[in-house]
Design a protein around this ligand. Structure first.
Ligand SMILES: *[C@@H]1O[C@H](CO)[C@@H](O)[C@H](O)[C@H]1NC(C)=O
Ligand SMILES: *[C@@H]1O[C@H](CO)[C@@H](O)[C@H](O)[C@H]1NC(C)=O
Ligand SMILES: *[C@@H]1O[C@H](CO)[C@@H](O)[C@H](O)[C@H]1NC(C)=O
Ligand SMILES: *[C@@H]1O[C@H](CO)[C@@H](O)[C@H](O)[C@H]1NC(C)=O
Length: 257
């Protein structure tokens, strides 16, 4: 596989959560973020010494048609996990929050020929998002262990959930994102989701998301669903894995596959 260089925002005051299903995720914070996030108490003690390990791999260009962005070898990434966006990092690609990023910030990056990938949760409900009121209560399942306050798994087979996600992809287009990274797309691994989501339901959903992104000329990356990587590789353009290690620091590193 190819090599990517990624830079994770480093800061002592960072937030962390571990997801059920064995795919931990981190959200680093500058502490000045415009969204207030509450640390789960268990994670709070560890948060000061948590480090973030990110690795990324490029999927073979199985998704041939379409001229959406596909990362080549040696692409450098800045992943802004939470908090105010530091626009100054000299990298090829930024991965930022779809809702938190202002259109003007995205445009500023694009003016510098930086590729902007916008991330959002496609498998959980989060409070305080622009469209949180669009979610109906019966789509919401069990709470996400160590997730954000009020974060709950979604019934990804419910038609209304697809409608909301479609609107999020439209928002990504409107905000000039060149790609998306729908996260939490492993609902089927969570026994407490409250829904009997099967592996096949998950594949259908994730493949659908990728197709919808491509219909909008958006590049699409896979995160959090490694067990289905082989099946999903033909539909996604790249993949991102994260591991939080409870020691050391977030930092600049490169990974080769
Ligand atoms: C699709 O996206 C690519 C990369 O962002 C861009 O170069 C191209 O112009 C877009 N195509 C259309 C039809 O908008
Ligand atoms: C999830 O959505 C599907 C499709 O709408 C529905 O059949 C199922 O009953 C829902 N599950 C729950 C627990 O509401
Ligand atoms: C995107 O912009 C169009 C045109 O301004 C608008 O009609 C549409 O509602 C917007 N969609 C979203 C999801 O913001
Ligand atoms: C999930 O499936 C089990 C076993 O078939 C059933 O007992 C349970 O009621 C189902 N739960 C939901 C939320 O549909």
């Amino acid at each position: 596989m190819d090599e990517l260089t990624m830079r994770a925002t480093t800061h002592r005051d960072r937030e962390h959560r571990r997801q059920p299903g064995g795919f931990p995720t981190c959200r680093c914070s500058t502490g000045r973020g415009r969204r207030r996030r509450r640390l789960p108490t268990a994670a709070a003690a560890a948060a000061t010494s948590v480090s973030l390990f990110l690795s990324a791999l490029l999927l073979d260009a199985a998704v041939a048609a379409g001229d959406w962005w596909k990362p080549g070898p040696g692409v450098s990434w800045q992943m802004q996990l939470a908090g105010e966006i530091d626009l100054s990092v000299d990298v090829d690609m930024y991965n930022i929050d779809l809702f938190d990023a202002a259109t003007s910030e995205i445009e500023e990056l694009r003016d510098r020929d930086v590729v902007v990938i916008c991330s959002f949760s496609a498998g959980t409900f989060e409070e305080g998002r622009l469209d949180s009121d669009d979610f109906e209560s019966d789509w919401l399942g069990g709470g996400v262990e160590d997730g954000f306050e009020g974060e709950r798994w979604l019934n990804i087979t419910a038609e209304g959930v697809l409608t909301v996600m479609t609107a999020r992809l439209d928002l990504a287009t409107n905000k000039s994102c060149q790609g998306v990274e729908p996260s939490n797309v492993q609902v089927y691994l969570n026994e407490n989701s409250g829904f009997n989501i099967t592996a096949s339901d998950q594949l259908t959903y994730n493949t659908w998301l990728a197709g919808q992104a491509h219909d909008r000329n958006l590049s699409v990356g896979l995160r959090n669903d490694w067990l289905q990587l082989d099946d999903l590789e033909p539909s996604f353009d790249w993949a991102l894995s994260e591991d939080c290690l409870f020691q050391g620091e977030c930092g600049l590193f490169s990974v080769k596959f």
